[in-house]
Each structure stands twice: as structure tokens, then as C-alpha cells.
Design a protein around this ligand. Sequence first.
Ligand code: MLT
Length: 264
Amino acid sequence: MKTVEVNGIDLAYIDEGTGLPVVLVHGFPLDHAMWDAQVEALKGEHRVIVPDLRGFGRSGVTEGTVTMEQFADDVAGLLDALGIQKRVLVAGLSMGGYVVFQFFRRHRGRVRGLVLCDTRAGADTPEAAAARRETAGQVLREGPGSLVENMPARLFAGATLRDRPELDESLRRVIAGTDPRGIAAASRGMAERPDDTPLLPEIDCPTLVVVGGEDAISPPEEMGRIAAAIPGARLVEVPDAGHMSPMENPAAVNAALREFLGSL
Ligand code: MLT
């Protein structure tokens, strides 16, 4: 991985291949590695850029709250630092999708297309936002242990947990190695995120919506409503996958991404 200073922090990123830039934004509380299979599949024909968001992976950490807008501006700052002027495809999973919505709002001129993967458009309910703030406090007090215990099982389909325990273990390692201040700051940022539902009909670029058929966090029905609200969006339901569809069924996700990229 390389590192560059962006908006006052060191941002770690992967930058491989040449062609149309494809930016892949990871979910919470993860890092670039969740997109490894997509980097391998796409780098032959595209320039694939995968940051560790501020506070995650090998990037610098900010205390307090990091908003989805800040993450989106960091992605734009990374493109500036890499001298990328042309428009990009930007894809995000879950929290990465919240970042994609803000990237579209704030940097519309840089967008060639969007991929919304296992994500949500609505804001948190007051109860969900309070739970996120509670999580932030707990992780700061006790470290990421409680997330390591509870999160991976929710992220994967049952069959993935049974047949491919190494995926579960790899996420546990990533979460355990994440700076508690980064986890807390993103949790608070997600609690504050806006309702992007009114934005959906205004999305006027090619958009692909991807959801694991067994995603329990952003279920297919909810993702279907997102796709239906975005003019011309395509919806792909990925079999044998939960919330982490790019890791759980990379062949299907890569095929959907390739077909979408080919249509641009
Ligand atoms: C994620 O995978 O990024 C999280 O599930 C997002 C969230 O907690 O809303």
C-alpha cells in the first residue's frame, strides 16, 4: 500500500492498473482488504483505487466524530493527490455506500457511475443513533473486543460462516486491529448521517445496486426499494451471500461489476 497526505491525515490506499478509475470504499469497521477479490478481477482493465478510510486500516486516525461528508471529501482529496481529473466509478459497501451518497452530493462532477453495495439510504432512527454512540463509548473504554465478538456473525450468510470460516476470521483480525478512536469516530459519524432517501430520484448517472440475497443488515427488499427509486438503476441480487457479498461471492459480484463497467 502507498500513503499520501490528504486533508491533514496520512491516507493509505491501493492504486493498481490503468484505465477508467474505479474507487472502492469499504464498510465499517473494516479496511481495503474486503475488496481484494475485486482489485484482482478489475485491475487488468481499470485503475482500481481502494483507500483505507480515515481511522481504519493503515490510515491516520481522527478523534471525535468523522462524518460521511468528511470521508467523501477524503476520497476526493485522494483523487486530487493522484492527479485524477477524469470522472470515476465510485462503489461503496454499507458505510462505504453512505460515503458514496455524500460523494455524489458534494463531488457530482467527478462521478461517472455509482455502485451501491449492501447499503442503506435512510438515516438512523433515534434509537439506532443512540446505540451507535453507546458503541463508540464502549469501544473507547474496552477496545474493539465486543465488536469482534458480535459483528462478523451478522455480516455473513449462514453458509459462509459454516463453509468458509477463514472469511470470518479475517474480519475478526481486521476489527481487532482497528484503532478504537477510528471506530468511535465513524460510529458517531454514521449516527449523524443524513437521510439520503430524497436524493435517490435525483441520481442521474449510471447506477448499479448490489445486494447479497441473505443480507440481514440491508436486506434485498430494502435494496430493491433503493434501486427502484434511482432512475434507470440496475439491481443485482447475489446468491449465497450476506452483507459482505463482495467477499462471499466474488465471482458473482465481479461479473456484475464487469458488466456494469462495460456498459459505461
Ligand atoms: C457496515 O457494514 O459498514 C455497517 O454495517 C454499516 C452500519 O453499521 O450501518
